[in-house]
Design a protein around this ligand. Structure first.
Ligand code: NAD
Length: 293
């Protein structure tokens, strides 16, 4: 069993981005600039956005955090989006999800300029990705692909089961792994809450990508010997013995599953850090593709 070390790999990617930014600034160009819109005070969202902003600082990006009240109207938020779309000093931005219930998240994401959509959530980017065209790929699936690539794991012709069909993880990773391309050419099954006999599917899989958000859902008897297991799940589980009062759990029963695998991602320290690194990568690409002036 070998650990797929997302923390170390993400650091290597950040170091590469940092030296590209240093070259840009040495040539007198402005560094990439990422903005993040955070509505309300959700604890997990605050943590995620905080680490995204800190990561920008680490690689020499400019960053702007826009914090808005929970009570903001959809119209006012759309005005903010329009302002960000027009701001020539901002290369890319994200709108941290979830948004309050009175705001239609779909309408907000549709308003984001696809050239600044570094989360890759706009239908224009999603469609281009599905058609093998240049596009921003959502950071988590992009991170998984990058991690597999950097560990030189060849998934061509392999049977891959993705658990979870969300628009931000399961669906896009199923598309990427089945694409004809450098990383891809796998035979992909996309499982979800209505899938029957899931264990039968996962037991024959060479690669299992779990993105459903149920702690320790994937048990040892659900994977075959030598499988590659990627755990996307992040769930806060209450734990009074932990200083934070909770512990982060993945979807995989790690201690039991890991010895059976050839490669496995830990949680934390697997897909999570890769997601942030690929958001930075997308912001650098936005600067290079669309905002090079
Ligand atoms: P989601 O919560 O939107 O959807 C969950 C998916 O799991 C659904 O498609 C559902 O059909 C499927 N599902 C639910 N129960 C199932 C079952 N019993 N069997 C099979 N499928 C089932 O998904 P999401 O937003 O992709 O998040 C999934 C997990 O990944 C969460 O824990 C989330 O926190 C985590 N996540 C991590 C990162 C990261 O950077 N590591 C990024 C995004 C999401």
């Amino acid at each position: 069993m070998q650990l797929l070390d997302g923390k170390q790999t993400a650091q290597a990617i950040k170091d590469e981005i940092k030296s590209t930014v240093a070259e840009m600034t040495a040539e007198g160009k402005r560094p990439p600039h990422l903005a993040a819109v955070l509505v309300g005070n959700d604890g997990a969202s605050l943590t995620y956005v905080g680490s995204k902003v800190r990561s920008c600082e680490q690689v020499g990006f400019q960053s702007t955090l826009i914090r808005l009240e929970d009570s903001i109207s959809e119209t006012a938020l759309l005005d903010e989006i329009t302002r960000l779309n027009k701001d020539s000093q901002i290369d890319g931005y994200i709108v941290q999800l979830p948004l309050p219930k009175h705001i239609d998240a779909g309408r907000i994401l549709m308003a984001v300029d696809p050239k600044k959509d570094v989360d890759g959530f706009h239908p224009s980017n999603f469609g281009k990705m599905a058609l093998d065209m240049q596009a921003f790929i959502p950071a988590t699936p992009f991170g998984i692909v990058e991690l597999l690539q950097r560990y030189q794991i060849d998934i061509q012709g392999k049977e891959c089961v993705v658990i979870g069909r969300s628009h931000i993880v399961g669906r896009p990773i199923s598309i990427l792994l089945s694409q004809k391309g450098e990383i891809g050419n796998a035979t992909v099954t996309l499982a979800h809450s209505r899938t029957q006999n899931l264990a039968q599917l996962t037991r024959r899989a060479d690669v299992v990508i779990s993105a459903l958000g149920i702690p320790e859902f994937l048990k040892a008897d659900m994977v075959k010997d030598g499988a590659i297991v990627v755990d996307v799940g992040i769930t806060r589980v209450a734990d009074d013995t932990h200083p934070k009062g909770y512990r982060i759990k993945g979807d995989v029963d790690f201690d039991a599953v890991a010895p059976k695998t050839s490669y496995i991602t830990p949680v934390p320290g697997g897909v999570g850090p890769m997601t942030i690194a690929m958001l930075l990568k997308n912001t650098l690409l936005a600067r290079q593709w669309y905002h090079s002036a």
